[in-house]
Design a protein around this ligand. Structure first.
Ligand SMILES: [Fe+2]
Ligand SMILES: [Fe+2]
Length: 167
């Protein structure tokens, strides 16, 4: 793709605004994960959420770092998508009366969040590359890989939990 200088200015603004949304997203996930740990019955699931909470706190710090270096600030823009996903998750979890069903509901909700994060970081990494920001692209790629690994782990945990829920 060939970009002219005016396009580059627009792309830079788009990139920064989406980093600000990513920061809001990670902050909202940091608030949601402790509640998800509390609601998990499956020990492996609770442990996966605890590990990912730690990683998510790292994502907050890394996105803050990228923003600080680009703008001198750590402003956020509300990520409406994550707000919607979390509200939906809370509603479904409220409806799930049995523990195994609640666990699969938690996994489903968490995977939707991971898929959203994968889309966000894949895009941000590509934009950073287009803008020639190779350090940013590397940092975003490493967050992206952690989101992908979290999603994969949830898939493997869901195999066991789905069996219990169906039993
Ligand atoms: Fe994250
Ligand atoms: Fe994540």
């Amino acid at each position: 793709m060939k970009l002219f200088s005016a396009n580059i200015e627009d792309l830079r603004t788009l990139y920064i605004n989406n980093l600000k949304k990513a920061l809001d997203m990670e902050q909202e996930i940091t608030d949601a994960l402790p509640k998800m740990i509390e609601k998990s019955t499956d020990q492996q699931l609770a442990a996966a959420f605890r590990d990912h909470l730690q990683q998510t706190q790292g994502h907050v710090a890394r996105v803050e770092d990228l923003l600080r270096r680009s703008t001198g600030d750590i402003d956020t823009i509300t990520c409406k998508a994550i707000g919607g996903l979390i509200t939906e998750a809370e509603d479904s979890i409220k409806d799930a009366k049995h523990t195994a069903i609640r666990d699969i509901t938690l996994i489903a909700a968490a995977q939707q969040v991971e898929h959203h994060e994968i889309a966000v970081y894949g895009t941000l990494r590509n934009w950073a590359t287009l803008l020639g920001l190779s350090n940013d692209a590397q940092a975003l790629e490493s967050i992206l890989n952690e989101e992908k690994a979290a999603d994969k782990l949830l898939s493997s945990i869901s195999d066991g939990v789905n069996m219990q829920a169906a039993a």
